[in-house]
Design a protein around this ligand. Structure first.
Ligand code: GMT
Length: 379
């Protein structure tokens, strides 16, 4: 198949999933064309059958906000014609599903059929998508996609509830990891650099937005530090970073916290961690938690959204109510302070990630779904 993929190229789960999916499809013999305003952050080297098309944006003084959605529609239209795409797969509905719909209409006028598959990732439904300024067009665009997938049952149900998309029209295909990239005990190990005193490593990875409840990470860690010698490694960047630093200072734990900033090869860091914290307010899936589990790291998360579909409570970590940072800390201490328990959770985390969410299991689900859409296309 010749497949177009549009995603956000920046650090973030939807872009990571879209890129890994494209690379894996190319490995399986498909031709994959990425269309975005910049090179997706995980598309870092040459791969056979993988192409990148940058969206051309005309700068004009009249445009305080250049119309990217239109430029993207034109780019999708052009790539579809030139590469003779069989199908366009867009990740994150806003504005990608809308741009793809416009491109599809333009192609239809020229006698070409381009089925669109839209994958819903999270805030395109739960936060941004339901805002009145976006809800009607998000609804229109997802209902006019020929294929619609969501990364969890939770997200599919929210989409039915908030957008009236029939539940049976939404295919749930979970996010995935490559067990050969994400694994425990990776060498060389950065443990000595991150925790020179042999402390336990507590890690958080995100884009530091309010929805991640970054203050809860720091407050949980401060409580853990009262019981266990540990260091908190904060990976990523975003608007909540200054607040996190301020809280660390206020709680007097700043010397035990390292802000590493953004990292593309997250697996190198995760494989050094002893515990992963993700106390999010809302999380449709929690790819970062899955990546940690694949590295054999027990996870403490909130029970928000789709996290219970990824984290088996009491087996690979613990799920606590949103905002219960003390409970999260106590659950973390119970794992960090007991080596036998830690080893059991670590093995179970790796096993669950590989069994249920490995690339070899999930990518064929997308291929099967594409075939279904192509068979029913042209409508
Ligand atoms: O929806 C977002 O916040 C952005 C998106 C991203 O690009 O990082 O994150 C979502 O998609 C990820 C990949 O499917 C999921 O693992 C995240 O849980 C989800 N984020 C939220 O639901 C907050």
């Amino acid at each position: 198949m010749k497949i177009g993929i549009t995603c956000y190229p920046t650090y973030g789960g939807s872009g990571a999933v879209a890129t890994e999916l494209g690379l894996s499809l190319a490995e399986r013999g498909h031709e994959v064309h990425f269309v975005s305003y910049a090179l997706p952050f995980r598309l870092d080297r040459f791969r056979e059958r993988v192409f990148f098309h940058e969206v051309e944006m005309e700068q004009y003084p009249l445009f305080e906000h250049p119309p990217y959605s239109l430029a993207l529609a034109v780019a999708i239209h052009g790539v579809a014609r030139q590469a003779e795409l069989d199908l366009m797969h867009v990740h994150y509905a806003i504005p990608h599903a809308t741009s793809a719909w416009v491109a599809r209409k333009m192609l239809a006028e020229e006698g070409h059929d381009l089925p669109i598959v839209t994958t819903l990732h999270g805030t395109d439904i739960t936060l941004v998508g339901i805002h009145p300024s976006f809800q009607p067009i998000t609804r229109f665009s997802i209902l006019h996609s020929q294929g619609l997938t969501a990364v969890s049952d939770y997200l599919a149900e929210q989409t039915e509830h908030d957008f009236g998309a029939p539940r049976d029209r939404i295919e749930v295909i979970p996010n995935f990891i490559d067990p050969e990239t994400y694994y425990p005990g990776r060498e060389p190990c950065h443990r000595a650099t991150l925790a020179p005193g042999g402390e336990k490593i507590v890690m958080h990875v995100s884009n530091f937005r309010a929805v991640k409840r970054i203050p809860d990470v720091v407050m949980s860690f401060a409580r853990i530090l009262g019981e266990v010698e540990a260091r908190l490694i904060m990976v990523g960047d975003g608007p909540e970073r200054p607040r996190a630093r301020e809280i660390a200072e206020r709680l007097g734990v700043e010397d035990a916290v390292t802000f590493l900033g953004k990292h593309a090869a997250i697996e190198e860091l995760l494989s050094c961690a002893d515990l992963f914290l993700l106390p999010s307010e809302s999380e449709s899936f929690g790819l970062a938690a899955l990546e940690a589990m694949a590295c054999g790291v027990p996870v403490i998360t909130s029970d928000a959204g789709g996290l219970p579909e990824v984290v088996a409570d009491g087996e690979v970590g613990h799920l606590l109510p949103v905002g219960d940072f003390e409970g999260m800390a106590d659950a973390g201490i119970s794992i960090l302070a007991d080596e036998v328990r830690h080893a059991r959770f670590s093995q179970a985390a790796r096993a669950l990630a590989v069994e249920r969410f490995s690339v070899d299991r999930v990518v064929p689900m997308y291929e099967t779904y594409y075939h279904r859409i192509l068979e029913g296309s042209g409508t």
